[in-house]
Design a protein around this ligand. Sequence first.
Ligand SMILES: Nc1ncnc2c1ncn2[C@@H]1O[C@H](COP(=O)(O)OP(=O)(O)O)[C@@H](O)[C@H]1O
Ligand code: SF4
Ligand SMILES: [Mg+2]
Length: 335
Amino acid sequence: MHRFVEIKNLEKTYYGHGIFKSLKNAVKAVDRVSLGIEKKSIFGLVGESGCGKTSLVRSVLYLDPPTAGEVWVDNTLLGDLPASGLRSFRQRMQIVFQDPNSALNPKMNIQNSLEEGLVNRGFDAPRRKKQVSRVLDLVGISPSHSTRYPHEFSGGQKQRIVIARAICMEPDFLVLDEPVSNLDVSIQAQIVNLLQDLKEDLGLTYLFISHDLNLVAYLSDRIAVMYRGRLVESGSTDEIMNRPLHPYTLKLFSSIPGMETTAMTDDAGNMPESSSDGVKPVSVDTRGCHYIDLCPLRGRECAARDPQLETVHGSHKVACFKINKCMRRIISTKP
Ligand SMILES: Nc1ncnc2c1ncn2[C@@H]1O[C@H](COP(=O)(O)OP(=O)(O)O)[C@@H](O)[C@H]1O
Ligand code: SF4
Ligand SMILES: [Mg+2]
């Protein structure tokens, strides 16, 4: 028996296109990621730009099939479904991307955009109209505006409409890939509140993705931290926020104003180096810990083998060979 969503050893490798297609140019954007999501919970995935979050969720939903690994949703192995079976199963799994402008067809009015999927499900016109009105109402857009076009709405309203389109299909699993990152800060909280209300009212299960740790912590029951294709730490929100252990997680936390966490230093007290603009993917033949170049605690074994996520306490898991050293440092730096 699996959890509602169960992802096992998922991999996504990009081999490039045309003359660039070769093993030498191949990058492993997602590297053996495993995680489980309980029904009606919110699982938060946090990581810097370029770490593989979108690649992971596109693979999870088979929008772009994984190179290896398994995805189970409600005890159905997605990789085993024929194309037609996957198409109909996908109604149950919807995704909201970051940019509402590219998500909506500018030439289609809202009614037509939202009812596209319902046509495929065989809903007749009156039933489609009723369903579209219902979901627009749920997201706080007046159903009387359904004949308008995307450009007639603000960014926040457009994202509400994208969310309405997702729930129009009556899914039970919703992937939210940085759903508020493109919106004004003043609008973000409204959309986050809307997502919380919808989850409760409709009994949804969320995979919520963001580079914003505070936001992930605010919403999620469980959190996983991703770095260069791999999960480096996972646990309950309490475990991750109150006892972060992986050197990369500590580095991520130390950059957030108001967090008391200090980054791990080396034996001489030097801080870890910073990566500049997001993180770079790893090539397929990379061995060892992906954080090794920046890690103040790196040692010989970190280059030789891949650290695996291992349980530290309760449901808290960390992938680091120097976990005992991490724990000792944390204890010694706590007042
Ligand atoms: N279709 C693609 N072909 C080749 N490389 C890709 C493709 N999509 C993403 N990548 C690369 O994979 C890495 C992870 O990207 P992405 O999943 O978009 O990360 P994130 O969503 O965390 O910012 C990046 O280095 C990106 O350039
Ligand atoms: S495995 Fe080694 S390099 Fe990776 S985070 Fe742990 S100490 Fe640092
Ligand atoms: Mg992304």
